[in-house]
Design a protein around this ligand. Structure first.
Ligand SMILES: [Zn+2]
Length: 358
């Protein structure tokens, strides 16, 4: 039986459908914009958040840190480093989004999506130390110091498209009864500053047979379970050389360039055979059918295709697209600061440890 069309009902449906698509579209855009803010805690229903302690203005170059008194903002010079304290809410992201001080600083600094950026920076460090889904609990404590990068400095820097820089953070896990203290530091053996634990070990694990010799940060891991994201992302400047982890043969290059950008798919001489996929490249140096040896320069990091900042998407898979975790397949090493950096790092720790809110 055919039901006669109910016009007003249909119109209502169309309206709802339009609304749905607009909302869905906005959501997609937000997701797309956050390629580099992919790590989130479980987004549960918003809950009232215990506001963190007020933001303390910090002069990052001050030589005599005062552990107690919050410093007043100088009237003329815009201070560019801020300290924030949080008590974790039920949602990791809401902890930032609902924080009054973050809202105030968003206005004061004019930085778009400050809450999102801060939560992403923190999560990228935290993810190496604990399970963001199971071990982040309401009541955990977080202190951080971040800095606003002035536009004139940002223009000269190849290592970040971001307007903020996380300088140090401290996380106290109730469940694990552990405290993580993490500091941004430029080691003498690395090209870019990275994050180190208080004991001088690098927060990020490095891949054995790494496709990159130097990178800025690993911004996405398989365990983030970002939908349709099957690799790990290395943030690195355009032109950074990519080396073959194992020998193999190039199967294809530059397909679906609108999404993948310049890209390379190779079959590695491993047993069983593993396919390696490199996306968003600047230049591909090999052609399909060409063989390469381990350590050969295959391509360069770029920002092509659906990419919002220079990075390498690195993916490993068995036949039939069975995705492999590169961290497990390669095996990892934990880098430690060179002995010669110990004194400078000790000073960095001292500078921030005197400033935590609690
Ligand atoms: Zn990726």
């Amino acid at each position: 039986m055919t039901v006669p069309p109910d016009i007003p009902h249909q119109r209502r449906q169309t309206r709802w459908r339009t609304l749905f698509f607009i909302t869905f579209g906005a959501l997609l855009i937000v997701t797309a914009m956050n390629l580099f803010c992919p790590l989130r805690g479980p987004d549960t229903a918003p809950t009232p958040v215990t506001p963190g302690a007020p933001a303390t203005l910090i002069d990052p170059v001050a030589t005599t840190p005062s552990p107690t008194a919050p410093q007043a903002a100088p009237e003329k010079a815009r201070p560019d480093a801020y300290a924030l304290s949080f008590l974790l809410a039920t949602s990791f992201y809401n902890t930032f989004a609902d924080n009054e001080e973050v809202a105030r600083l968003t206005e004061e600094t004019g930085i778009r999506k400050l809450a999102e950026r801060l939560s992403a920076h923190v999560a990228r460090n935290l993810v190496w130390n604990l399970d963001m889904r199971k071990e982040v609990y309401p009541g955990d404590e977080l202190d951080l110091v971040f800095r606003v990068i002035p536009p004139e400095e940002q223009a000269k820097r190849a290592d970040t498209p971001d307007e903020i820089e996380l300088l140090a953070m401290r996380y106290r896990s109730v469940k694990l009864a552990k405290e993580f203290r993490i500091y941004r530091f430029k080691a003498s053996d690395r090209q870019f500053p990275a994050y180190y634990n208080a004991d001088g070990t690098a927060v990020e694990k490095a891949l054995k047979r790494s496709p990159l010799k130097d990178w800025i940060q690993i911004t996405s891991l398989l365990k983030d379970r970002r939908p349709k994201h099957d690799g790990i992302d290395f943030k690195a400047p355009v032109g950074t050389p990519i080396y073959a982890p194992w020998s193999g043969i190039v199967e294809k290059t530059n397909w679906k360039t609108r999404y993948n950008g310049y890209s390379l798919l190779a079959r590695l001489d491993t047993s069983p055979a593993v396919q390696m996929i490199l996306l968003h490249l600047d230049k591909v140096h090999l052609k399909p059918g060409q063989r390469f040896a381990a350590g050969d320069h295959l391509a360069d990091v770029g920002n092509t295709g659906r990419s919002f900042a220079p990075h390498l998407h690195y993916q490993l898979q068995y036949e039939a697209r069975k995705i492999i975790d590169p961290l497990k397949y390669h095996g990892t090493v934990t880098a430690k600061l060179p002995a010669g950096d110990a004194e400078a790092f000790r000073k960095t720790i001292q500078e921030f440890d005197g400033r935590w809110g609690r």
